[in-house]
Design a protein around this ligand. Structure first.
Ligand SMILES: [Ca+2]
Length: 271
């Protein structure tokens, strides 16, 4: 850094010191196939221990295996490149709208209580529930810890998933998940497919049994509403593209077709 040599101001010196810190070398070594996974496990265990992960979490990390199915799923995410119309057809939007209306009609007090508690319309929560797991019909068949550890190891999005891997180990320490917990291909948990870091940050014990369990419908939908609220949802404001609350839907999922589909389906459910 030439500026480090030519500038003697205190602030510049601090910046130079920060730039000179070998942050990258502290991260566990990523890889693009199974060959480096066990080395990564050992390096990441040191990071995890330094971050305060306890024996249960560290033991769970040691028990993970390279998740080949997760990597092939991660390399083949086609549907987010669809047009909005294609995406909605492939994801069964019409069925989600129809069943979503039925679910709210069948249990109005439950959905009204969610709206009261978080200020998010039930239709939005129900649209997400339908989109993520077909209302809990398929919540995944992958080992959560192996999936998330493999994505943390994989070079493609190592930084993003390392945070969620640490969160998953913390959830093991707390007894919220176990080394055998099952979820989706990217380690998402439960009815609305929360990544582990989001369970820690936004998870709510909706049914009041003292545990946050994303496989429980009430906990999962309350946690989803809480996620949206904490990401800026304003009760009573609109949520279509261009309106205030669309940003909270954008925080939930980064894919533009997904965001627009949720807003459209929710308004149809409300309609
Ligand atoms: Ca609970």
């Amino acid at each position: 850094m030439p500026t480090c040599l030519t500038r003697a101001f205190r602030s510049a010196t601090v910046i130079c010191l920060l730039l000179g810190t070998p942050v990258a070398s502290m991260a566990a070594t990523c890889g693009n196939d199974a060959s480096g996974f066990s080395r990564w496990q050992q390096e990441f265990a040191a990071e995890a221990a330094a971050a305060g992960i306890g024996p249960a979490g560290l033991q769970a990390l040691a028990g993970t295996t390279y998740a080949t199915r997760t990597i092939s799923a991660d390399r083949n995410q086609r549907s987010f490149s669809y047009s909005l119309e294609e995406f909605m057809r492939v994801r069964g939007a019409a069925t989600i709208v129809q069943q979503g209306r039925q679910r709210i009609a069948a249990n109005p007090e439950f959905y009204a209580s969610l709206e009261r508690a978080f200020g998010v319309p039930a239709a939005v929560i129900v649209a997400i529930h339908g989109m993520e797991t077909g209302f809990g019909n398929f919540m995944g068949d992958a080992n959560v810890l192996s999936a998330i550890a493999t994505l943390a190891y994989d070079c493609r999005r190592s930084e993003f998933f390392s945070e969620h891997a640490l969160a998953a180990l913390r959830l093991v320490d707390r007894g919220a998940i176990s080394p055998n917990s099952i979820g989706a291909m990217h380690g998402e948990l439960g009815h609305t497919q929360f990544l582990p870091g989001n369970v820690l940050r936004y998870g709510v014990d909706g049914n009041g049994d003292g545990r946050i369990d994303l496989n429980n419908l009430t906990d999962a939908l309350a946690s989803t509403a809480n996620f949206l609220r904490q990401n800026g949802w304003r009760p009573g404001q609109g949520y279509q593209e261009g309106q205030r609350n669309f940003a909270a839907i954008q925080a939930w999922n980064a894919a533009p077709v997904y965001q627009r589909a949720i807003a459209i389906m929710a308004s149809q459910i409300e309609g």
